[in-house]
Design a protein around this ligand. Sequence first.
Ligand SMILES: NC(=O)c1ccc[n+]([C@@H]2O[C@H](COP(=O)([O-])OP(=O)(O)OC[C@H]3O[C@@H](n4cnc5c(N)ncnc54)[C@H](OP(=O)(O)O)[C@@H]3O)[C@@H](O)[C@H]2O)c1
Length: 261
Amino acid sequence: MTQSRPLAVITGASSGIGYELAKCCVEHGFDVVVAADEPEIHTAAAELRKTGASVQPIEADLATYEGVESLYGALGGRPVAALLANAGRGLGRAFLDQEFSDIQRVIDTNVTGTLYLVQKVGRDMRALGAGRILITGSIAGFMPGTFQAVYNGTKALLDSFSFALRAELQGSGVTVTCLIPGPTETEFFERADMQDTKVATDKKQPASEVAKSGFEAMMRGEAEVITGWQNKLRAALAHVAPAGALAEQHRAMAKPGGAYE
Ligand SMILES: NC(=O)c1ccc[n+]([C@@H]2O[C@H](COP(=O)([O-])OP(=O)(O)OC[C@H]3O[C@@H](n4cnc5c(N)ncnc54)[C@H](OP(=O)(O)O)[C@@H]3O)[C@@H](O)[C@H]2O)c1
């Protein structure tokens, strides 16, 4: 890695929104450390390297303390100019029919691992008086997630946490931005076992578009970005509609077999 270029750390960068966020970073002059759980992160890193940037792939399970520590350790004390905490996973189907180990993994990845990493890197940023943090929340955090109940809960936590941390860091030189996408074209729905749902089969926003909005908002130091006008509308509705109505709306989107009704 060169010492002259700022460093960005992107989690969940092997595919989807995270990969596109990493692309934005390398195209805008950052060296990057990219992390994911599976060996595909090395393929993604090779692609990103074609831009000429320094790219360090880290294979680590960010649902575990050890995984987060190995990523943090790999930074070797180099200041992080931007942390893009994006790794996450979904889990479809009815709560009572899900395996508890899968539920635990969603919570550990989306919440525990994310918060642990944000705290470690955030402390260093605060000490330096500079840094940008982007947290990938979701519009799912604004509504009870019928047939995706735990996932939506994890995103509600991240959406809320992001604003709170931003407020705590006011005046510190560190900004926190929440990226709030709606349904996006990635491997997410397949991994969450939701391929037979309406939301999985409907047209979705391209990951590149979502990432561009997130990256730009982070660079401007904005509090949040809800990607796309349809999601802005959904978010506005979610703020006024009763929770029960939102839960019913989510049923239509995420009900197993709903794609074929
Ligand atoms: N797609 C949507 O509709 C949508 C909408 C709103 C928000 N989001 C959020 O966007 C983020 C990215 O998701 P995506 O849609 O781009 O899906 P994706 O293509 O499945 O990407 C998820 C990324 O997270 C990584 N990851 C998952 N669990 C991990 C773990 N335990 N340790 C390390 N890396 C892990 C995956 O790597 P491995 O394959 O190596 O595990 C992958 O790189 C997530 O936080 C998701 O909640 C997605």
